[in-house]
Ligand binder design. Structure first.
Ligand SMILES: [Fe+2]
Length: 231
């Protein structure tokens, strides 16, 4: 992992807690400890199909920065985004040590998977997959790029999306997909449209520009993931 990104990972959570105006997050976070034995405050994150492109073979580099491979000089193509959030139970309690895996297409829309029929080119500098654990606040973060749309059939283009698998002992795992707010293909996507409008919104994330204390401006999306209890 590059040093600059490591420093950002350490610095961002405290900066972001203070700076990001995310009512849903604050509502959940500050309920921590107050809702023991009470009613659930939030529904588990809606589920979505796993799809056919979960890694067939895992790459050597699976860290939180998908934009550069270990030891590489060149970065992946595409618009860089930061993706952060908390893994929480339905009462808003943070889940430490939850495993958060993501996988996605490159800027071209191509997955690094032998079964992907897409003729778009692979990006040899992109990591395609990341695997992290949440900290004691249930916090996770990735640095990645906006994936491309890709054809799922003759008349259906899947909108840009990031696949998630989130697991925590004692809770029900969730497989889902994150979508990008206001992307036109969202409205016609057969998989996203299976969900109620409320659940579609829960999986659709905005990536506004955020200026850090260093003066650097990044695009940062917040995606909190809520796990139900295991049966
Ligand atoms: Fe996909």
């Amino acid at each position: 992992m590059r040093k600059s990104f490591l420093l950002l990972l350490i610095a961002l959570p405290s900066l972001l807690f203070a700076r990001i105006d995310n009512e849903r997050f604050h509502a959940l976070y500050f309920l921590d400890g107050e809702m023991e034995g009470g009613s659930p405050v939030n529904n588990p994150t809606p589920r979505q199909p796993k799809g056919p492109f979960y890694p067939h073979e895992f790459p050597d580099d699976t860290d939180a920065d998908l934009t550069i491979l270990d030891g590489a000089e060149e970065m992946a193509e595409g618009k860089v985004i930061y993706l952060q959030g908390h893994v929480l139970d339905v009462y808003g309690n943070p889940l430490e040590n939850a495993r958060v895996e993501i996988w996605q297409a490159a800027k071209s829309g191509k997955y690094n998977h032998p079964n992907d029929p897409n003729t778009a080119p692979l990006d040899p500098h992109f990591q395609y997959y990341g695997d992290v654990k949440t900290n004691e606040h249930g916090f996770y973060m990735f640095k990645t790029i906006v994936p491309g749309a890709y054809p799922a059939s003759q008349n259906w283009w899947r909108p840009p999306h990031i696949h998630f698998l989130v697991q925590h002992e004692g809770h029900r795992s969730v497989i889902t997909q994150l979508y990008f707010k206001d992307h036109l293909l969202n409205e016609e996507d057969l998989i996203l449209r299976r969900l109620s409008p409320e659940n579609q919104e829960a999986l659709t994330v905005d990536f506004p520009e955020v200026t850090l204390e260093t003066g650097e401006t990044i695009n940062l999306g917040t995606f909190n993931i809520i796990l139900g209890a295991s049966n």
